[in-house]
Design a protein around this ligand. Structure first.
Ligand SMILES: [Zn+2]
Length: 216
């Protein structure tokens, strides 16, 4: 995808994220890999007035916070950059404070294999990363650990992160993560789910790799 198209796609996904209720206000943020840079939503900019030209650019070969653009990158750029640098399979990252993912993160609960769709995240759990202040290296380290072998995680007392090879896939997973968090939360209210065994999640995971999951 051309850089300009990717910038447009980021703006459009931000607006959709708020329209669908997956995010409120400017608390969420989105990044996407383009060649040797990361494009990332700017800090504290309402999505309605954000334009493709407002998206900030950060080089992937540096971790000192260097950026260019008319507006500063999101204050949560450290974990976006750390994930992009550590995970070559990741083309885009969606971070939101979506309600049910955040509710579980407040209780610091991993999401277990309560539904087969958890396999879309790469394994039988969606882990909850330890708490650290937003924007810190400690939070980046915790997020990377929770994302080991996974495409999504919760951030304690904060929200969720979903990653994918493409922006569409990361957005899809962010919505799926919120759905499974909502379903798990409700199952806890009636005594808790019966969990699926690891070998079943592995079978489903392998099935998904041929199913495609909206690869575009
Ligand atoms: Zn956040």
């Amino acid at each position: 995808m051309k850089e300009q198209d990717l910038r447009r796609a980021i703006v459009s996904q931000c607006r959709q994220m708020n329209a669908s209720g997956l995010n409120q206000g400017t608390s969420g943020n989105i990044s996407a890999r383009h060649e040797d840079v990361m494009l990332i939503t700017p800090s504290a900019t309402p999505y309605d007035s954000m334009t493709p030209a407002d998206i900030a650019v950060m080089p992937l070969d540096r971790d000192d916070g260097s950026w260019s653009g008319p507006l500063k990158p999101s204050t949560e750029w450290p974990f976006h950059l750390a994930i992009m640098r550590a995970r070559v399979d990741v083309g885009a990252i969606v971070h939101t404070h979506s309600t049910f993912a955040t509710v579980l993160s407040m209780a610091r609960r991993d999401i277990p294999a309560c539904h087969y769709m958890i396999a879309a995240f790469g394994g039988p759990t969606i882990r909850c990363a330890d708490y650290a202040t937003y924007g810190t290296k400690a939070l980046s380290d915790h997020a990377l650990a929770a994302l080991e072998g996974r495409n999504g995680c919760l951030l304690a007392n904060h929200g969720q992160i979903a990653v994918g090879a493409s922006l569409d896939k990361a957005m899809w997973l962010a919505a799926e993560l919120e759905t499974i968090a909502r379903q798990y939360y409700h199952s806890l209210l009636i005594g808790g789910p019966v969990l699926l065994p690891d070998d079943e999640i592995e079978r489903v995971r392998q099935g998904f790799s041929s199913y495609g999951l909206r690869d575009r």
